[in-house]
Design a protein around this ligand. Structure first.
Ligand code: G3H
Length: 484
C-alpha cells in the first residue's frame, strides 16, 4: 500500500501486473513542488523494453478481464470510489504539493472523480446492445435478424496532463475498465504521484493484476513508442494541440479520443445580468490560475455595457487571493517557470500592440498575480493564442454580429458562453457558434461529467462524458441470424 510507505523525497516505482517495479533503465526523473522548487519525489524513467513488457501484460490481462461479469467490474469501481473518498485529504494534499492546486480545488477534483467513477459503474450496467430486423430495410430481408453487441477495444492507452491528474486520468480509466478494456496509464510527470496513489487504491479495491498498468517516464523517450505500439488498441489523450496532432500523425489507424487546447470565449450582451457575468468570468478566468482547458480565455463585450462590466470585473478580480496552494487561494503558482515566461511574452506583445494593461499582475518566479488586458485586437498574439494562466483578455465589439464573428475567429472549438436575459437571442447566437458546447448565463465547464464534452476544430476529436466515453471505448459487433 503506497500511502503508508511513501514519504516526501522518496522514489516511486511504476505499476505493472499488480506489482511496484523499478525501470530496467535505472534512470529516474524528478517531480518538483512548483510552489517552492524543491524536489518532491523521483519517478522511474521507463525504457522501451519495459514498455514492451507492460503492453504484453496488459494484452493478456485484458482477455480475462473482458470475461469478468459487468456487475463484478462495477463492484470493483464502486469500492475504488469509496477508497478515494476515504483518502481524499491525503490526495488533495498531494495535489497541492505536486501541481500547486489550492486545497479546496484539489478536494473538489478528488470528490468529483469518485462521483464520476460511481456513475460510470452504473452506466456500465445499463450498457446494452441492439436487435435489428431485416424487415425494416427498404428491400425487405425478411429472413435476417441481427444481434448487435458492444465489445471492448482491447488495450487503451490513456495519456493525461498535469492540471487535473486525478480527474482526467480516471475519467479515461473508469469507462475503459467498465467496458472490459485493460488500461496503460501514462500520467504527466507533475501529477504522477497522485495518479500512482489512486491506482494503488484500485488494486486495493480488487482490480485484478495487470488490468491497470501505470507507466512513468519522459515522453521524449517513450511517448512515440507507446502511441505507435502495435499492442495499443485505442488512445485517449488530453494535452496540447501540438502534441495531439503529433500523436495523430504517428498512431496509424488506432481510434483516438482527444481533448486539446481551447480559447473559450464569453459574449456579454447589453441586456445581461452583469453581476452574474462578472462573477462567472472571474471564476472562469482565474480558477486554478487559468490552467484549465475550459478556462475563460476571451471576454467579448458589446460597446454599451463594456465600461460598466470592466469596472466591476476589476473590483472583483482585486478581491481574489493569490499565494501558496495550502491557503484558501484561487490563484497559485503556475506549473513551471516556462509557463510564467510565456505569459509574460503574451502580455508584452499585447501592450506593444496597444492593449491596455489595467491590472498589472506582479510576478514572483512562477507565481503570477491576476492580470487584466483590455482593448485586445487581432494584432495581439493573445487574441488567438491560449494563455493558460491568470490573464483576462478583454475584446470590445460593436454589436452581437461582431461578437459572433470574433468568437468564431479561432482555430479552437471547445466551449463558449453567452450572457443575456433574452432566451431567443441566446439560442440564435448559440446556433451560430463553432464550438462543442455553449453555456447560457454560465462560464464554460466540462462538468457535470454525465454531460457530453465534445471537442471540435483544434480542440480535439470525439466526445467525452460518461456514456459517450464508454461508447468510444467499445465497438459494435453484429451477429446475424439467417433463417431458412
Ligand atoms: O483542462 C481541462 C479540463 O477538462 C477542465 O475541466 O471544466 O471541469 O475545469 P473543468
Amino acid at each position: 500500500m503506497l500511502f503508508s510507505n511513501i514519504k516526501d523525497g522518496d522514489t516511486y516505482r511504476y505499476l505493472v501486473n499488480g506489482k511496484w517495479e523499478k525501470s530496467s533503465s535505472k534512470d529516474l526523473i524528478e517531480v518538483y513542488n512548483p510552489s517552492n522548487g524543491r524536489i518532491l519525489a523521483k519517478l522511474q524513467s521507463l525504457s522501451k523494453s519495459d514498455i514492451d513488457d507492460v503492453l504484453k501484460n496488459s494484452k493478456v490481462s485484458q482477455k480475462k478481464w473482458k470475461n469478468t461479469p459487468v456487475n463484478e467490474r462495477a463492484d470493483i469501481l464502486m469500492r475504488a470510489a469509496d477508497l478515494i473518498v476515504q483518502n481524499a485529504e491525503l490526495l488533495s494534499d498531494l495535489l497541492s504539493k505536486e501541481i500547486s492546486k489550492p486545497k479546496h480545488l484539489g478536494m473538489h477534483e478528488v470528490m468529483r472523480t469518485a462521483d464520476l467513477i460511481r456513475s460510470t459503474a452504473e452506466e456500465g450496467l445499463r450498457l446494452h446492445g441492439e436487435y435489428l430486423d431485416g424487415n425494416a430495410f427498404y428491400h425487405s430481408a425478411k429472413k435476417k435478424k441481427a444481434l448487435v453487441d458492444r465489445e471492448p477495444l482491447g488495450v487503451v492507452l490513456a495519456i493525461c496532463p498535469f492540471n487535473y491528474p486525478v480527474n482526467l486520468s480516471f475519467s479515461k480509466v473508469a469507462p475503459a475498465l467498465i467496458s472490459g478494456n485493460s488500461v496503460v496509464l501514462k500520467p504527466s510527470t507533475q501529477g504522477a504521484l497522485s495518479v500512482l496513489h489512486v491506482s494503488d487504491l484500485f488494486s486495493q479495491a480488487g482490480l485484478p493484476q495487470g488490468v491497470l498498468n501505470v507507466v512513468t517516464g519522459k515522453s521524449s523517450s517513450i511517448g512515440d513508442y507507446l502511441c505507435s505500439h502495435k499492442d495499443v488498441n485505442m488512445i485517449s489523450f488530453t494535452g496540447s494541440t501540438s502534441v495531439g496532432k503529433h500523436i495523430a500523425s504517428i498512431s496509424g489507424m488506432k481510434p483516438l479520443m482527444m481533448e486539446l487546447g481551447g480559447k473559450d470565449g464569453v459574449i456579454i450582451l447589453d441586456d445581461a445580468d452583469l453581476d452574474l457575468a462578472v462573477k462567472e468570468c472571474v471564476q472562469g478566468v482565474y480558477s486554478y490560475s487559468g490552467q484549465r482547458c475550459t478556462a475563460v480565455k476571451r471576454i467579448i463585450l458589446v460597446e454599451k455595457i463594456a465600461n460598466v462590466f470592466v469596472k466591476k470585473f476589476v473590483e472583483e478580480t482585486k478581491k481574489l487571493k493569490t499565494g501558496d496552494p495550502d491557503e484558501d487561494v484561487v490563484v497559485s503558482h503556475l506549473i513551471n517557470r516556462d509557463a510564467a515566461d510565456y505569459i509574460k511574452s503574451l502580455i508584452d506583445d499585447a501592450v506593444k500592440n496597444k492593449a491596455k494593461l489595467i491590472l498589472d499582475g506582479k510576478r514572483k518566479y512562477n507565481l503570477y498575480y491576476p492580470v487584466i488586458l483590455d482593448n485586445i485586437t487581432s494584432k495581439c498574439r493573445i487574441f488567438y493564442e491560449e494563455q493558460f494562466g491568470p490573464v483576462a483578455c478583454i475584446i470590445r465589439v460593436k454589436d452581437e454580429k461582431e461578437a459572433v464573428s470574433v468568437l468564431n475567429d479561432s482555430s479552437y472549438g471547445l466551449q463558449a458562453s453567452v450572457f443575456t436575459n433574452n432566451l431567443d437571442k441566446a439560442f440564435s447566437i448559440a446556433s451560430q457558434l463553432d464550438v462543442g458546447a455553449v453555456q447560457i448565463n454560465g462560464k464554460s465547464d466540462r462538468g457535470p461529467d454525465n454531460f457530453p464534452f465534445p471537442c471540435i476544430k483544434d480542440s480535439g476529436i470525439g466526445v467525452q462524458g460518461i456514456k459517450y466515453s464508454i461508447e468510444s471505448m467499445t465497438r459494435l459487433k453484429s451477429i446475424v441470424l439467417n433463417f431458412k
